[in-house]
Ligand binder design. Structure first.
Ligand code: PHE
Ligand code: ZN
Length: 886
């Protein structure tokens, strides 16, 4: 932390390092208060670079001595660098450094830290420099040999990357282990763990016939909750080999769960470190969503072994090279695991919903940046929805443009060319295009790559004209893009539009085809069209754009009833709902839902041919955040009031159908986190929420009573928390005793207690009488003995849920929500700047707020930004937010 502006790093300034580090020998004497790190670096001059001093990164560590070529050498400190002005002459030399760090004091959770009495590391992006002095940049790749020494009783398990080559006893109750990783890797993939852990093991054979050991390490007592993580790991290994021909390249692959972790998980070579949230699951403690999250995160980290680790990023501006591609791979994995076409579509809908909920607002707000950013002050601020989720959509569009087989050829070429290297997003796109000469991608590669360089969500307008005589349908596609920070104008994007034509009766008039829009406006002609069609455009959400197809209710109802593309079918229902929500928000008086809409929803709910999972998605109204995104200025209270009112109407008009849906979708078999069972539970829980909502309004005690019973007796967490949520959001009198009951059942299990906090922080804010109750409750929970700011999961469960996912509780006319935000931010920043910077992002969209919220938000931002000791991370986010007002 420092005063004054942080240094901004620019993508254009990239230069290869003046020195390479080829081999690293590290030795750790682990102690929570003072750990001693001895490192031996085999350094090579880069002949392409001018002779210059050797500058090593180092942060919050203390140097004890430095020796070059066996002799002591003079050094100095400059900023956060250790500078050796006169390193030994010659092409190669060995540098030996000894330094200390204090894991116990490391509350940032970057570098070497303690959690639950053990040692863990997190090095991406720039944590390695908090362990020892190094060229801490991803294009410097070295082979590591690591010796760990620690007290044997307290830390019986000693792990690092690669293979265990030696272990044994030392004096004084200590022991040691030596690990060697044969693969050259950047420092951000280094990891060590020393803790009292137990592990689940499984052997697996790859196609080549080699046997590999898989291990999942957890705290004593948690072993029973590792089955799903292990099954997901096995499935990931099998999938990557089957789909992309990428086998496991290590003798041993380890996953370690840790309770204090800033992110979801980390792909350290051979030693993935995970937030417990993405490892531990039993039916009693984890929901269906948690089980699915574990599968996808285990897959994600495992897939990084090739896309990220074997081929890594040249610099951090290329982050999406590994993240966009790996998110794409984990999404494909989850879809393949889901199996049925309907379950695949459900996964796609969920992914798009998440993209719209987090990436679209990001792209429209103060922190908007291209998939490959141009500058940063703190790289940790760029682990964003844009780099990850939009990056994945960019990869998906490439697959759409070259076809699935073409894409697999592209991946093969990418590895042929770049295995073992640190490369750029351009290198990736080039490989996919080169493997598919003449393809829709190869012929437009340069313009396609604008997806990497231009921020903002493009708008796509589609208008069709039908000529009955010529039996011809002409579709005009137009694109435009709003300015984003630093990018006042944009060039056209290459937009793949999967399209089909339907008749009003639902039959297919033109089969699906790929239209590629690559200029501002283009026409596409469909011949031999029998009747005036309804266009089904952007099927499967074939590009991350905002579509305006001008379709009215009648056409959307046709798509909702008949589209063979499940994504567009869902989308049509959402559009019908959205149009009504937006119209109602405009009006001051309450709006009654029209019969046509209610009937369409009833038809979906009753349709025996539709999967419960799809029904649940179709019957869930667009979120308040999504509604807000459609408006130039929005009033969060108004949106909340309108949406709640609609929910109440759906609850009462479809009452009998909800009751039937609830009974019909109860799962009586033993719990399994399969898409089929999960879909039924999701629909039953939505039905129960609607039934409770209606019952509380009409004073009927039956459904709340049933929900309460379920909180007590449910055989799995999905049903238990679903019932609890139904009571809490409907403001039933039984919510209070149910919450108490739930807390007691949780028995202190951290991940379950997190849910208990999160649910209360998200509790729907009453409209009218009782307004402010949910905010007050969340605020009071800060004082709960189970609450702590130091554990990121816990801080997120209360504070982030309130500030990010409960707009009506947070955005208050009296600005108390913003005061709460500012206070928490200032408390968290000195403890954990990365976490604080994420909280700072809550204000990303403040300029779109209606008054009085807008002015109050600006005041809160300015007040926090005026504090002198802010971290670089927080300062960057607040700075950008305040710039957005011009
Ligand atoms: N690279 C990790 C992933 O995407 C995320 C991460 C980034 C974790 C930075 C920790 C720190 O899987
Ligand atoms: Zn990742």
């Amino acid at each position: 932390m420092r005063e004054g502006p942080a240094t901004v790093v620019h993508r254009q300034d990239y230069a290869a390092p003046a020195y390479w580090i080829r081999k690293v020998e590290l030795c750790f004497d682990l102690d929570p208060v003072k750990t001693i790190v001895s490192s031996k670096l085999h350094i090579e001059r880069n002949p392409a670079a001018e002779p210059q001093p050797l500058k090593l990164h180092g942060e919050d560590i203390t140097v004890l001595r430095v020796m070059a070529a066996g002799e002591s050498v003079s050094f100095r400190h400059e900023d956060k660098l250790l500078v050796i002005d006169n390193p030994p002459a010659g092409e190669q030399f060995v540098l030996e450094i000894r330094n200390t760090c204090s894991p116990e004091k490391n509350t940032q959770l970057s570098g070497l830290y303690t959690s639950g009495g053990g040692f863990f590391t997190q090095c991406e992006a720039e944590g390695f420099r908090r362990i020892t002095y190094f060229l801490d940049r991803p294009d410097v790749m070295a082979v590591y040999t690591v010796t760990l020494r620690a007290d044997k009783k307290k830390y019986p398990v000693l792990l690092s990357n690669g293979n265990l080559v030696e272990q044994g006893e030392l004096d004084g109750g200590r022991h040691f282990a030596v690990w060697h990783d044969p693969f050259p890797k950047p420092s951000y993939l280094f990891a060590l763990v020393a803790a009292d852990l137990v592990c689940r093991e499984q052997k697996i054979r790859t196609r080549a016939g080699k046997e590999h050991l898989l291990q999942v390490f957890v705290r004593r007592g948690d072993l029973g909750k590792t089955e799903h993580a292990m099954a997901s790991l096995v499935a990931s290994v099998v999938w990557d080999e089957a789909r992309f021909g990428l086998p496991l390249d290590l003798e041993r692959f380890m996953i370690v769960a840790v309770e204090d972790f800033n992110m979801g998980a980390m792909e350290n070579k051979g030693l993935n470190i995970f937030n417990t949230k993405f490892v531990l699951a039993s039916p009693a403690t984890a929901t269906d969503v948690d089980f699915a999250g574990i599968e996808s995160v285990v897959g994600h980290e495992y897939f990084h072994n090739w896309t990220g680790n074997r081929i890594t990023c040249r610099d951090w501006f290329q982050l999406s090279l590994k993240e966009g591609l790996t998110v794409f791979r984990d999404q494909e994995f989850s879809m393949d695991m889901a199996g049925s076409p309907s379950a695949r579509a459900v996964k796609r809908i969920e992914d798009v919903r998440a993209l719209r909920a987090s990436q679209f607002p990001e792209d429209a707000g103060a922190m908007a940046h291209p998939v490959r950013p141009d500058s940063y002050a703190a790289i940790d601020n760029f682990y964003t929805a844009t780099v990850y989720e939009k990056g994945s959509e960019v990869v998906r569009m490439m697959q759409t443009l070259v076809g699935r087989e073409g894409f697999e050829r592209g991946i093969t070429l990418y590895f042929e060319r770049h295995d073992g290297q640190a490369v750029t997003c351009d290198d990736f796109a080039q490989a996919i295009a080169d493997a598919n000469p003449g393809s829709e991608l190869a012929t437009r590669l340069e313009s396609f790559k604008r997806w990497y360089s231009q921020a903002g969500t493009p708008r796509l307008k589609a208008r069709g004209v039908y000529d009955a005589e010529a039996r011809r349908y002409t579709l005009t596609l137009t694109q435009s893009a709003l300015p984003s920070p630093g990018q006042p104008t944009k060039q056209p994007f290459v937009i793949p539009v999967l399209a089909a034509l339907l008749g009003r009766d639902g039959r297919t008039l033109a089969a699906e085809r790929l239209l590629v829009l690559d200029s501002a406006e283009q026409q596409f002609v469909f011949e031999d069209v029998d009747a005036e069609p309804v266009p089904s455009l952007l099927r499967g959400f074939s590009a991350p754009v905002i579509l305006d197809d001008g379709l009215g209710d009648a056409e959307l109802l046709t798509l909702l009833a008949h589209d063979s593309d499940a994504f567009n079918r869902w989308e049509a229902g959402q559009r019908l709902a959205l149009a009504r929500l937006l119209a109602a928000v405009e009006q001051a008086a309450p709006v009654t839902l029209d019969e046509a809409f209610v009937e369409a929803m009833r038809t979906v709910l009753r349709d025996p041919a539709l999967d419960p999972a799809f029904k649940e998605l179709a019957l869930t109204l667009p979120s308040e955040g999504y509604v807000a995104e459609q408006l130039a200025t929005f009033d969060p209270q108004r949106i909340h009031a309108v949406r709640e009112h609609f929910r109440e109407q759906l609850a009462s008009t479809l009452h009998a159908d909800w009751a039937e849906a609830f009974e019909a979708n109860l799962v009586h078999e033993g719990y399994a986190p399969t898409p089929a069972q999960a879909g039924r539970r999701a629909l039953a829980n939505l039905a129960l929420a609607m039934l409770c909502l209606h019952a509380v309004r009409s004073g009927n005690p039956v459904w709340p009573g049933r929900a309460y019973q379920r909180v007590k007796d449910a055989s799995n967490m999905t049903d238990r928390i679903g019932a609890l949520a139904a009571l809490v959001h409907s403001h039933s009198e039984l919510a209070e005793p149910a919450l108490e009951r739930f807390h007691a059942i949780a028995g202190g299990e951290p991940l379950v207690v997190d849910k208990w906090f999160a649910l209360q922080a998200q509790a729907s804010e009453p409209v009218g009488a009782g307004h402010g109750r949910s905010f007050a409750r969340a605020k009071a929970l800060l004082k709960h003995p189970d609450f702590s700011l130091k554990n990121p999961n816990r801080a997120r469960s209360l504070i982030f849920q309130l500030c990010m996912n409960n707009p009506a509780a947070f955005h208050r006319a009296d600005a108390a929500g913003y005061v709460f935000w500012a206070e928490r931010l200032l408390e968290i920043d000195p403890i954990n700047p990365q976490l604080a910077a994420r909280l700072a992002r809550v204000m990303d969209r403040w300029t779109a707020l209606a008054e009085p919220y807008r002015s109050a938000a600006r005041e809160a931002l300015a007040r926090v930004a005026a504090k002198p000791d802010l971290s670089d991370d927080v300062r960057e986010v607040l700075g950008r937010a305040l710039e957005a007002q011009q």
